[in-house]
Design a binder for this molecule. Structure first.
Ligand code: PFF
Length: 456
């Protein structure tokens, strides 16, 4: 590789291959798996939606993830800076900026839900969640989120914790937490699955998850599936560009992407198999939305020995998984402020946290004081969620795909993905290149337009 003008020197990064996987997986696995995936799957009819979601993961999410890795590692810069380095004096860096806006909006509602999860650790310890009565379980959740102060304070605690981890630095903070704890969450989900699947009436939940009924699929459903794929894999906002810039030159980018997407999807399905059998067994409805996780999981654990201990552990690990995801969200604006505006890490972190607390509070209050305040027919919470997942992430993802497929040279792409020729993966690169150049842009545009009702 003699064309060194597009290569930039390395900076502080992840220490090992396992560290790379753990950190990217730490970003992907979070509330998306245990909270958003079940919520949206429930609202969109189950199995058929899941199939479309899987298609979106393979054909859109994964190629965009690999593109982000390429852009990040090639430029050795974070979201905005990477575009400026690879395509100086062009407007491409707007893709990085819209990603940073998406990160902000996601944090606004994500920290709210993370606050619920943090709070549920203590509710689990207190014992109030151990009930066999679905009404009590539902009431506990409703009372909590519709109060004014408690969810707000929990949200702020979440921001303080996440900010503290960011301040600890890349290697120490991110890598160490996720590497050790994700496997434990996995085992806990497995225990949950076994209990849920043996509940009387569980088969209905399985049918919901695995027997597709395509009659319910509309343009809006497909858009929801695509938005979820972006959200789940943490792509379409530059988080993986920033992470890509920390990935060592010897790592296999396509391999990393495939492993992360696969593992993430497995975790989502395991959460689905814990929650939906319980939904039917306890007489809830799949369309109950945001509260599904918080109603069903305590009841599943309640019906097994040592349930309270497991439940507490479940929410502790979920909090940690959510925090890992938030760290990557947080990193996008923080990296921008540090590298493009020359702010200190501390100042960037504190200012970002304050901004997120401000906007985030309006999301949290839309379950209490602002419940009747609607903009474009949605509460602020839902509006931030919809705008980020269904609009900003796909649009930024489109820009990233176009950048990788049409702006970067084919030589640069091949050089980066093959680790300067040391990996023998020509065919894979060719396949990736065709997909990112044609399939991803066309698919995103069609899904966006049909989701917004342009073909109705
Ligand atoms: N992927 C995370 C989840 O599913 O919980 C959420 C997320 C993290 C989205 C980072 C976007 C992102 F950049």
């Amino acid at each position: 590789a003699s064309r060194t003008q597009t290569q930039f020197s390395s900076r502080e990064g992840f220490g090992s291959t396992l560290g790379v996987i753990a950190a990217t997986l730490g970003s992907a696995v979070g509330l998306g798996n245990i909270w958003k995936f079940p919520t949206i799957t429930g609202q969109n009819g189950g199995a058929a939606f899941i199939l479309i979601y899987l298609l979106c993961v393979c054909l859109i999410g994964l190629p965009v993830m690999i593109s982000e890795f390429v852009i990040g590692r090639r430029s050795n810069a974070a979201a905005v800076g990477s575009f400026k380095r690879l395509a100086p004096s062009t407007p491409w860096f707007f893709a990085g900026l819209s990603g940073a806006v998406a990160a902000f909006l996601i944090m606004a509602f994500y920290t709210s839900v993370a606050g619920w999860v943090y709070a549920y650790i203590f509710k689990a310890i207190g014992g109030g969640l151990m009930t066999a009565d679905p009404k009590v379980s539902e009431q506990a959740f409703n009372t909590f989120v519709s109060s004014v102060w408690s969810p707000l304070i929990w949200q702020w605690i979440v921001l303080i914790v996440t900010g503290a981890v960011i301040l600890a630095g890349v290697k120490n903070g991110i890598e160490r937490m996720t590497k050790t704890l994700l496997p434990i969450l996995f085992v806990l989900l497995l225990i949950c699955d076994i209990r849920a699947l043996t509940l009387p009436g569980a088969s209905e939940g399985l049918a919901f998850l695995f027997k597709p009924d395509f009659a319910q699929i509309t343009g809006a459903t497909v858009l929801a599936a695509m938005g979820l794929a972006f959200f789940k894999l943490s792509v379409g906002m530059g988080a993986m560009i920033t992470y890509g810039s920390y990935i060592g030159k010897g790592e296999n980018l396509i391999g990393t992407g495939v492993k992360v997407a696969l593992a993430d999807t497995v975790v989502s399905m395991m959460a689905g198999m814990a929650i939906f059998p319980a939904v039917f067994a306890f007489g809830f409805s799949p369309t109950d939305g945001a509260k599904l996780l918080f109603m069903t999981i305590p009841m599943v654990f309640n019906s097994m020995p040592f349930g309270q201990v497991f439940l507490t552990l479940f929410f502790i690990l979920s909090s940690i998984a959510a925090t890992g995801a938030m760290i990557s969200l947080f990193e996008v604006p923080v990296a921008y402020l540090r590298e493009e505006r020359n702010w200190s890490r501390k100042r960037a972190t504190v200012v970002t946290a304050l901004g997120m607390a401000l906007i985030g509070s309006t999301a949290t209050l839309s379950n209490s004081l602002l419940a009747d305040f609607h903009l474009f027919g949605k509460t602020l919470f839902d509006l931030y969620d919809y705008t980020s997942s269904n609009l900003l992430l796909p649009i930024t993802g489109l820009a990233i795909a176009l950048f990788a497929g049409w702006k970067l040279s084919r030589w640069d792409i091949a050089d980066e993905i093959s680790n300067s020729g040391s990996l023998n993966n020509k065919r894979l690169i060719q396949g990736y290149w065709l997909v990112v150049r044609f399939v991803v842009p066309v698919a995103i545009v069609i899904v966006l337009l049909s989701g917004l009702g342009l073909f109705d």
